[in-house]
Design a protein around this ligand. Structure first.
Ligand code: FES
Length: 169
């Protein structure tokens, strides 16, 4: 009787063990199914090597179908502690290049150090702050992360989290 009892206990223990392993495997499978594929995650980001950008240079990259302006400041440019992006020893302005008035694409005028909107004459300073004309708010800052010398657009890093919400996309 005692032998049968211990066999039954051992069998029940084994069944419970297998059920636990099976449950964990099923949960892991479900997790892997729900998690976006790496290709899907990467599709939402744009990586920009900022090391070739020289002082005073303004580059436009495309991010999710929109222009993003990346301006490397010269020492004489006005700084903005709330909006500046510091990468290494450089200071950058990183903004979505769409006018906050009615959506035209402003042009960088290096001699005046402003973005000038061709549609209604709005202007944004080197930090993307609206300084003239009808644009009601500054150029918007897209989500970004800094990875060494690479700016990763589309991911939120600690530098992006420090920027006040009123400036973000
Ligand atoms: S769309 Fe830029 S000033 Fe109107």
């Amino acid at each position: 009787m005692a032998v049968n009892q211990s066999r039954r206990d051992a069998l029940l223990g084994a069944i419970a063990g297998f059920a636990g392993i099976g449950g964990a495997a099923a949960a892991y499978s479900m997790y892997k199914t729900w998690e976006p594929l790496p290709s899907v995650k990467a599709a939402g980001t744009t990586r920009v090597d900022i090391s070739p950008i020289t002082d005073g240079e303004m580059r436009t990259v495309t991010f999710r179908g929109k222009p993003v302006f990346i301006l490397k400041h010269t020492p004489d440019m006005k700084t903005d502690e709330e909006r500046d992006v510091k990468i290494g020893s450089g200071i950058y302005t990183v903004v979505i290049g769409i006018c906050t008035h009615l959506g035209c694409i402003p042009n960088w005028e290096a001699d005046k150090k402003v973005w000038h909107c061709p549609c209604h004459g709005g202007e944004f300073d080197c930090n993307g702050i609206n300084v003239f004309g009808p644009p009601p708010i500054p150029l918007v800052i897209p989500a970004f992360k800094i990875d060494g010398n690479t700016l990763v657009l589309g991911e939120e890093g600690p530098e992006y989290e420090k920027i006040p919400a009123k400036f973000k996309a």
